[in-house]
Write a protein that binds this ligand. Structure first.
Ligand SMILES: [Zn+2]
Length: 445
């Protein structure tokens, strides 16, 4: 089974790709102008931010970035396309010949190009008497289209690919709401001929749609029937794919160069642009540098970027394994509270883990202290110990027999130390408590 994906991702710009209209229009047709409706005499102008995002994505996908790019008109008729053509990139996509890794598997990226979205058609009315309402707010919304090689070998793998891609793109350009802002066309061939399932939204639907189509093709082939090259749609409610129009070939669209836009030299821009480290790239690095497992590295990074920051500092001090078990254990489970105070208490958190690792504090004490930190209980007082001394003095007053026993056996103090630890709920390390207790007892000699 071979699966290839064409993924349309909305680029989160404030204005549209070729005009100044807002991308946040809500009421139907409230965010439109002569340019995005293609009125006579209107001229498109390119949104620089969208171009930059496209270049960044192409670089991230290990693509060869073209030195100059231009745009093309893809001509076809549909009511959601007021101009009768869509402005896209044809022979000079921003990126080509890249790849994306899912775990150890390399998935080829044929191209990444920038294009505008058409409008939206909403069907209303009873079946058989439906009317189509058209909303051009989306007309001209910037998209990047990423086309993969047919390297994916199962519907589940296709979903894994998209899941990972969304994680990375969200970090890279701030894509949000994967379901609304990501549309997928999926090509799948069980035998020789491939079928395209158009316009699937949602990662789960991609997997479901591909499964349904794989089953259909397998049954057809088993029955000795021929698979026709065509475009189908996934009917979510029935869980089957249904035929659409016969597949057009790219040449049917009669691409011509867009005469109203120039050529753009992006080579220098691409050369000067640094791709920031993305979550899964970071997870792979943590795995490599600190010898932790892939699932653990992924969990730490995906829980929170700052948790991963803390992990890295800890790992440098106490080693990867200890850092991982604390990060995924007591620190991770108290992270919500710790995160709010992570800035001011970072040193305390590291100090606790370092003390436990060095054997100066017990494991359970460390956990208690982290829990106390996350709820904001006083910890800084441990250094001063004012309240602690009062508490200890009171306890020693109540137990004169311990003072007596302590003269001959220092371990007699353990009973009182335990009482203090219990009363202070792990606010102070046992080392500090023991030291203060010794001072207090020795005062009484
Ligand atoms: Zn406009």
């Amino acid at each position: 089974m071979r699966i290839g994906l064409e993924i349309h991702v909305q680029l989160p710009t404030r204005s549209k790709l070729f005009c100044g209209c807002s991308t946040a229009g809500e009421a139907p047709n409230s965010s439109v102008c002569p340019i995005c409706l293609g009125f006579p005499g209107s001229r498109p102008f390119l949104n620089r931010r969208a171009l930059e995002m496209g270049v960044l994505i192409a670089k991230f996908l290990n693509c060869r970035v073209a030195d100059t790019v231009s745009f093309a008109r893809k001509t076809y008729f549909y009511p959601d396309l007021a101009k009768n053509f869509q402005i896209t990139q044809y022979d000079t996509p921003v990126g080509s010949d890249g790849h994306f890794m899912i775990g150890e598997k390399r998935v080829g990226i044929w191209r990444a190009h920038i294009e505008e979205d058409p409008g939206r058609i909403k069907r209303v009315g009873r079946a058989g008497e439906e009317l189509g309402l058209v909303d051009y707010n989306r007309s001209g919304i910037p998209l990047v289209e990423i086309v993969t090689a047919p390297d994916l070998s199962s519907p589940a793998e296709a979903r894994d690919f998209l899941t990972d891609l969304v994680i990375e793109l969200r970090h890279l350009i701030g894509v949000t709401g994967e379901d609304q802002n990501m549309r997928v066309d999926a090509n799948i061939s069980v035998g020789e001929e491939r079928v395209e399932i158009k316009n699937i939204t949602g990662l789960r639907n991609v997997e479901k749609g591909l499964r349904a189509e794989a089953t259909r093709q397998t049954k057809m082939l088993a029955a000795g029937k021929r698979i026709v090259r065509e475009t189908r749609h996934f009917d979510e409610s029935r869980g089957v794919t249904l035929p659409g129009r016969e597949k057009e070939f790219e040449e049917d669209y009669g691409y011509i160069g867009e005469p109203d836009l120039g050529t753009y030299r992006i080579g220098p821009l691409a050369a000067s642009m640094a791709v920031p480290e993305t979550p899964l790239v970071r997870a792979a690095r943590l795995q490599r540098e600190h010898g932790i497992g892939a699932p653990a590295a992924r969990q730490i990074v995906l829980t929170d970027w700052e948790l991963a920051d803390l992990f890295e500092v800890l790992a440098a001090q106490v080693g990867g394994d200890a850092a991982m078990s604390w990060t995924m254990g007591a620190i991770g489970s108290n992270w919500k509270g710790l995160r709010e105070r992570a800035g001011e208490h970072r040193k305390d958190i590291i100090g606790i883990v370092a003390a436990v690792t060095a054997g100066e504090m017990t494991d359970s004490e460390g956990r208690m202290r982290l829990a106390a930190l996350s709820t904001g209980e006083e910890v800084g007082a441990a250094e001063e110990g004012g309240d602690l001394d009062v508490l200890i003095a009171g306890l020693v007053d109540q137990h004169p027999e311990v003072v007596k026993d302590y003269r001959s056996n220092e371990r007699a103090a353990n009973f009182l130390i335990g009482q203090v630890m219990k009363a202070t709920k792990g606010q102070y390390s046992s080392k500090i408590v023991a030291e203060r207790m010794r001072k207090e007892l020795e005062k009484r000699f």
